[in-house]
Design a protein around this ligand. Structure first.
Ligand SMILES: NC(=O)c1ccc[n+]([C@@H]2O[C@H](COP(=O)([O-])OP(=O)(O)OC[C@H]3O[C@@H](n4cnc5c(N)ncnc54)[C@H](OP(=O)(O)O)[C@@H]3O)[C@@H](O)[C@H]2O)c1
Length: 274
């Protein structure tokens, strides 16, 4: 008999893709879904959710574009209720630190009655290599409305390891892990580490929120994405998330990966070769 698969929403994404590879390496069946996957799943089309959940044992849930956007908590509430109704054994939710919308989504999952694990993460290292900051790295200048407030960036590989542990080990049921990297860096310091690792000059420029929004408008970035980034940089990045936590150590019994290891390995892999 084939085991029921584990559902992964955002199955090709920064963390979903890594979770999928790890589960398959353990011989576990997975169902990686998104709008373009074989089993289509779209957060904006709730009618696609039941077939994605049908017959799965557990789920790793990443919400796109971000739990900070309006309607995210309601979507997580609805998906969690469906998961409960369809008999899932566990839902593992990827959440974000210090975001009211993310914390509302966590509360909705916890209230649903389905067994849960929450992985509440700081900013990902991989935003610089697989996310919206890669263009700046390649162009030699990262310009953001972020100043002296440091962020303890976390590696997506550490998040994936915690998620896989949560999906495969009962000890993580009904636990919340607040996960960060081992060291807080400003965006200027993170940029300098990447420049050092690549051996290329990459400068950091702090912009006013207005200048940042104007630049994005010029690059035809949609208004809702501009509003989301403005909230993440000006509201959430106010120092509330600057402290380092030991969530990776708590879940896995080993320390989190340092930003400089990430920068070195990513540069060596050629991801930032211009
Ligand atoms: N980045 C950070 O620093 C950070 C920090 C803390 C928490 N978070 C949380 O992380 C979550 C994102 O996780 P992630 O970065 O692992 O994922 P991700 O890389 O953003 O996932 C990308 C995938 O999501 C799919 N997708 C996009 N829109 C979708 C939609 N409307 N419905 C279904 N799938 C959609 C896309 O595939 P298709 O095109 O095929 O649909 C895409 O391949 C967010 O909820 C955010 O709040 C992020």
């Amino acid at each position: 008999m084939v085991d029921s698969p584990i559902l992964i929403t955002g199955g090709g994404g920064k963390t979903g893709g890594r979770v999928n590879v790890r589960l398959q390496a353990r011989g576990l069946a997975t169902r990686a879904v998104s709008r373009s996957a074989n089993v289509p799943f779209d957060w904006t089309r709730p009618e696609t959710w039941s077939s994605a959940l049908d017959g799965v044992s557990k789920a790793y849930v990443t919400y796109q574009p971000d739990l900070a956007v309006e309607g995210a908590a309601e979507a997580i509430a609805e998906l969690s209720a469906l998961a409960r109704k369809m008999g899932l054994e566990r839902v593992v939710l990827l959440s974000g630190r210090g975001e009211p919308g993310a914390q509302a989504a966590e509360a909705a999952l916890r209230a649903s009655g389905v067994a849960w694990t929450i992985v509440r993460a700081s900013w990902f290292n991989q935003n610089f290599s697989e996310g919206y900051l890669i263009d700046g790295v390649l162009a030699g200048e990262i310009s953001l409305p972020a100043g002296a407030v440091p962020e303890p960036f976390i590696d997506a590989d550490d998040i994936a390891d915690v998620v896989v542990a949560a999906l495969t080990d009962e000890r993580h049921a009904n636990k919340l892990y607040e996960v960060t990297g081992p060291r807080a860096l400003t965006f200027a310091e993170a940029t300098a580490e990447i420049a050092h690792a690549t051996g290329r000059p990459i400068c950091y420029r702090q912009l006013s929120p207005e200048a940042f929004a104007a630049n994005m408008r010029q690059a035809s970035v949609p208004e809702d994405v501009i509003a989301l980034l403005d909230e993440l940089f000006t509201v959430v990045l106010d120092g509330r998330n600057a402290n380092v936590t030991d969530g990776v150590e708590q879940a896995l019994g080993r320390p989190a990966r340092d930003f400089s290891d990430y920068a070195r390995a990513t540069a060596a892999a050629g991801v930032w070769r211009a």
